[in-house]
Design a protein around this ligand. Sequence first.
Ligand SMILES: Cc1cc2nc3c(=O)[nH]c(=O)nc-3n(C[C@H](O)[C@H](O)[C@H](O)COP(=O)(O)OP(=O)(O)OC[C@H]3O[C@@H](n4cnc5c(N)ncnc54)[C@H](O)[C@@H]3O)c2cc1C
Length: 268
Amino acid sequence: MERLGERNRPGFGYHLKVHTFRTLTAVLAWALVVAAFYQKPELLTSAQRLMQRGIEAVGGAVALLSPVDAVTLGSDRHVVHVAGEAPMELAARVVVNAAGLWAPDVASRMQGLAADEVPRAFFAKGNYFSLRGRAPFSRLVYPVPDPGGLGVHLTLDLAGQGRFGPDVEWIAPRSADDIDYRVDAGRVHSFYAAIRSYWPAVADGALAPAYSGVRPKLGSAQQASADFVMRGPAEHGIAGLVNLFGIESPGVTACLAIADEVSAMLAR
Ligand SMILES: Cc1cc2nc3c(=O)[nH]c(=O)nc-3n(C[C@H](O)[C@H](O)[C@H](O)COP(=O)(O)OP(=O)(O)OC[C@H]3O[C@@H](n4cnc5c(N)ncnc54)[C@H](O)[C@@H]3O)c2cc1C
């Protein structure tokens, strides 16, 4: 197996572009916050377009609605089979599987990857309820974590609106289309109980269903929480392949550090 050696390491020009892109991303993130605060969807769209241009400026391309169906792993090139409206085959020296909830599913479609490299996927939905009226807190409130989650904590948006969540609801979807993101209003009782452990005065009727998300888990409800799993050439022996499993919270906060680690795994 050929590894990425000194010859393949990116030079100064590449690093300059990448760091410029990172700085631009931080500026854009602030632009997004301002756009969201002033409820300007057109600013959000422009910021997303600028982000796409930034990716393209460092040699990337953004392909939406292009699901990866399978990957044929090779010794120096991998072939990515893409389905969707414009099916294609893409030869790639490096493949990073960052498919979130479906990363184990994508890994299971990699011909040439040992079966024991594919973890079993579990899914934990996290529901949020919003607070009617103003929250009496000026800071986030985090209780002691629950098994599978951080506990029903309070977050505040830029307008000071309070939102409680996420709880932990184990689900077993067969595909992305099989996930019901609606918040079950009946779960509100467990929210009042959890919130009253640190805010006994919260009034009945103060909470309304808000939104939900789903965490990619590597352990079931009965198992201890598992950390992120990053498997690169040193682990599975296949050059130019990194699989990222169980990237749940704080995956966004940690994304730049994860990207650095992925680059290092590929360069080792
Ligand atoms: C309720 C909740 C609250 C959270 N709060 C926080 C927080 O406060 N702070 C924080 O840092 N993180 C938080 N997270 C975690 C954060 O959202 C994730 O860690 C992060 O989104 C993971 O990023 P990712 O790129 O690995 O995966 P994702 O963001 O899930 O992206 C994966 C992408 O791969 C695509 N994909 C899947 N299958 C295929 C395929 N076959 N072909 C092509 N594309 C495919 C998907 O469509 C998706 O676009 C939270 C998560 C949840 C659910």
